[in-house]
Design a protein around this ligand. Sequence first.
Ligand code: AN7
Length: 356
Amino acid sequence: MNTYTGVIDRYKKYLPVTSNTPVVSLCEGDTPLIYSPEISKDLGSNFKVYLKYEGLNPTGSFKDRGMTVAISKAKEERAAAVICASTGNTSASAAAYSARGSLKCVVVIPEGAIALGKLAQALVHKARVVAIRGNFDDAFTIVRKIASDYGLVLVNSINPYRIEGQKTASFEICDFLGDAPHFHFLPVGNAGNITAYWKGYKEYYSYKKITRLPKMCGFQAQGAAPIVKGKPVKKPKTIATAIKIGNPASWKQALTAKRESKGLIEAVSDNQIISAYKFLAGREGVFVEPASAASVAGLFKLKRNGFFDKVGKKEVVIVCTLTGHGLKDPQVAIKNIKSPPVVEADEKAVLKAAGI
Ligand code: AN7
């Protein structure tokens, strides 16, 4: 029998929980680390590229790892309600875990700017969803204020329990590979995840579970790249709505991860994101949401720019985090892929249209 019951149970000795913590879990984590033959081949015979497919978490994104800890702790502290601002995935996860833990959940989102699947999730899990005429950064400012004025528990990633939970993704990768990868690629929005991964790697290193630390390589969307530009972006723009963030909360921590790991934070264009998105779905069979493809778009960009040219023949292990499932955002998928032909209900017509 499979007795896996989620990241708190598996990694509790590394997490801020006690026997008094009422664990609210949906069996998140334990996501596959999928070897990518196509990307590995593209980089060269000494490269091994793996995809950490976080879209397979219970609500379809990596947020569940942090939310199980944040909601369990909120319940332990007898919170009246939790609140978050979101580009979509945080709200989906907060709503689901709140339903599971019988907590009230308030969600503030930018109107018309979150993917359809995510909106459906927040609503169906019965969060109190409010859309504002403004962007994510405006929503975030409001929920911070409400949380501090009215004593609601904020479950955005400035909540340290979120970071604690999310660091378990690094643990899983190291447990699977037997050591840390040489490079870790991931998208950057509010910058909580890069902060969490780096914390996880450093902790495993300090416990001597791994012999090296990866270089952290974060990627923002070009129209929403405040960390790359060195200043907030007032009107962020990108097709990757999940990372459409102009003033990331964990900006400083992201720069620390970059500096300490000797990594980088760069931007990728929407075209590069969509091209990686199609590559992953069409060549590797892995469907992700656009923001998630920023990690692989970044890897392709660095490769093209000769970043790996000086590596020589030694083995290089790379992990790309794919943060959310493709089904989250069906509208972007449909818009960017050719519609199927429509023919008469006739065998010959179907064969002809299918090119058989
Ligand atoms: C698929 O849901 O910020 O750098 O409010 O949904 O830790 O913010 C989502 C972020 C990457 C960026 N990929 O992670 C939210 C939210 C996906 C995401 C990110 C998000 P962070």
